[in-house]
Design a protein around this ligand. Sequence first.
Ligand SMILES: C[S@@+](CC[C@H](N)C(=O)[O-])C[C@H]1O[C@@H](n2cnc3c(N)ncnc32)[C@H](O)[C@@H]1O
Length: 290
Amino acid sequence: MGGSKLSGEWTVREVLNWTRGYFEEAGIIQPRLEAEILLAHALEVERLQLYLSPDKPLTVDERTKFRTFIQKRRAGTPLQHLIGEVSFFGLRFKVRRDALIPRGETEELLDRTLRLVPRDQDVRCLDLGTGSGVLAVSIARYLPRAAVVAVDISPEALELARENATLNGVADRVTLVESDWFAGVDGAFDLIVSNPPYVESGAIAGLAAEVRDHEPHVALDGGPDGIDQIRNVIAGAVAHLAPGGRLLLEIGHGQGERVRALLVAAGLDGAAIESDIAGLERFALARRPS
Ligand SMILES: C[S@@+](CC[C@H](N)C(=O)[O-])C[C@H]1O[C@@H](n2cnc3c(N)ncnc32)[C@H](O)[C@@H]1O
């Protein structure tokens, strides 16, 4: 906090008002909300507490800690990396630079997956490109009889996924495998889910700096046409789906027709492209014939 009150006393309300302006100038889209989230994090309280004690002055240490957060945020560090965790489908997950920050669309992919399987059914699941482990861990958590294999090519991502499986109490049902897609995977699965990298290589330089400079490119880069990795996943899925097994993919907007053609060419049934709540083509679904 710079401005005219460098050394005086700052209350919660004053700090929030000041930070809102500081973030607004930087083009941060939800400046007040982010200010509140970061202040609550710095003070180690729930956000509600800020409303209950707006006149509470910050100590010097609290101000110093908060100042560091907001400077990093203004310089482009994602909010989630500063907080160190996200909520995903009602569960807590650690996040850091080692893996993609989970997105809301992927919660929709999980929702579609969970609706396919009764809770009390034994089910073998494979999550390809698990990253922070959000899909694998959530499936294990919400389907208590699921056995999940979670694959990633990145050992750093797998370490984070391991921590998240432990955090959510499902480490005994999530097997982590370092592999280039199916190369290290054995067996057949009732469900294969994947949110593979699907950004065209040429579009990465034009992504928001917050994504381009802070998230792993191996999690984003889908090759020249964006669907190289989707192609690899679909090509390998057929041999690893049990009869009647389902494949669910997250894809990029504008990739639907091409992905549907790949699913059909691979001999899968019921190939369908579905949209997310924003109305954008986002999910590809198919089934191995029984
Ligand atoms: C878009 S991120 C998805 C992460 C996580 N599943 C999620 O939805 O938030 C794609 C993931 O695929 C992994 N990946 C990229 N290429 C891979 C490959 N050849 N084999 C296995 N995983 C790969 C990346 O490391 C990254 O974690």
